[in-house]
Ligand binder design. Structure first.
Ligand SMILES: C[S@@+](CC[C@H](N)C(=O)[O-])C[C@H]1O[C@@H](n2cnc3c(N)ncnc32)[C@H](O)[C@@H]1O
Length: 344
């Protein structure tokens, strides 16, 4: 049953959230929330989606976030929901394993709201923003190598590849060259330093995005292995969704949206066999697509929340066919983070 209670309420227990949930109404509608269902919110953030799901029916939510500060902030909402909400610190690539730890083997819905929250972006000390000066960190988790370590260790070629493949920055080679030249003179430790270095080589016109936008996106995706997480998260969702269960993904840039689109198209039956192998029957479709074209925010939402401008929602319904463990989404060809730190 869907009652629509509370949809769009950008608040969490204990006061207004600084992160305004994007596309929350279409998220709830596409999940088709029902009484008794168990829903997995893989990206809890400020809890906007979890709250809206719990308000829509008498259901339960298991929410995950890899950022321990998001999980810590959830305590009030967990208490308010009286046993209907569980929040765990974890990556969504492991969502089925985490769910199994709570005795959950099937879900009626999985939602992923990709990228960073406003809380992460707006705290200078997290080092995500080129607009605020802070340490060049960019980690969603409190461990692992920071963006400053990558910028210090990566070879010029690797930096250029990261910035081109994960930022789609046309001037990636010039940016990489400028970074290497600058770090020979002094270590690049802050977001302000990096933004200034990039801005000297990427020219923009008035009204364009900030010149460092693409380079910062690339480093953030690399440091947090965000595309690898998405690829594994989609497969984990395929494993845990029950027949009729819904997958909803909200993405904010073309690399993510392309991966979601390609994954769903392939799972929905438009898979091609290999040209080099004898023709076998394609595996049965494990999803049927609900959104032929991605759903975006309307003018009112964009006016109220400019972050919604680039949001794209795609949704699909799980069939009864088995999950396909062999067909993995393809990822940009880049060295692993650990190898970059060791070998540049
Ligand atoms: C855009 S925000 C989600 C906002 C949330 N839907 C809300 O309404 O408040 C993204 C959140 O997902 C988390 N996140 C990003 N990638 C993740 C991953 N692979 N596993 C778990 N959490 C992740 C981030 O730490 C961040 O808190």
């Amino acid at each position: 049953m869907m009652t629509g209670r509370g949809i769009g309420t950008p608040e969490i227990a204990g006061g207004p959230a600084r992160h305004i949930p994007v596309l929350v109404r279409p998220v709830v509608e596409h999940l088709r929330i029902r009484d008794g269902g168990l829903y997995i919110d893989g990206t809890f953030g400020a809890g906007g989606y979890a709250r809206a799901i719990l308000a829509a029916a008498d259901c339960k939510v298991l929410a995950l976030d890899r950022d321990q500060s998001a999980v810590a902030q959830a305590a009030g909402l967990v208490e308010e929901m009286g046993g209907r909400l569980t929040v765990a610190e974890s990556r969504f690539s492991a969502l089925d394993e985490v769910a199994a730890g709570f005795g959950i083997t099937a879900a009626a819905g999985v939602v992923l709201d990709l990228g960073v929250s406003s809380m992460q972006l707006d705290q200078a000390e997290r080092g995500f923003s080129f607009r605020l000066d802070g340490p060049l960190d960019m980690r969603m988790e409190a461990h692992g190598p920071s963006a400053a370590e990558v910028v210090a260790a990566a070879s010029e070629r690797t930096l250029a590849d990261i910035i081109f493949l994960l930022g789609e920055e046309r001037h990636s080679r010039a940016v990489a060259r400028a970074i290497v030249k600058a770090r020979e003179a002094a270590a690049i430790r802050t977001t302000g330093q990096l933004a200034a270095i990039v801005s000297r080589v990427v020219r923009t016109r008035p009204g364009d995005i900030h010149p460092a936008t693409r380079s910062f996106q690339a480093l953030r995706l690399f440091v947090n292995d965000e595309l690898g997480e998405l690829a594994r998260g989609l497969m984990a969702a395929e494993r845990i969704l029950e027949p009729g269960g819904r997958l909803v993904v909200v993405s904010f840039h073309s690399l993510e949206d392309r991966m979601v689109k390609t994954f769903l198209a392939s799972r929905a039956g438009s898979r091609m066999g290999s040209r080099h192998l004898p023709q076998a029957a394609p595996p049965p479709a494990s999803f049927s697509i609900l959104t032929k074209r991605p759903v975006g925010a309307d003018a009112a939402e964009i006016a109220a929340n400019p972050r919604a401008r680039s949001a794209k929602l795609r949704a699909a319904e799980r069939t009864a066919a088995p999950a396909d463990a062999a067909d993995r989404p393809s990822l940009p060809r880049l060295p692993a983070l650990a190898d970059v730190l060791r070998r540049g």
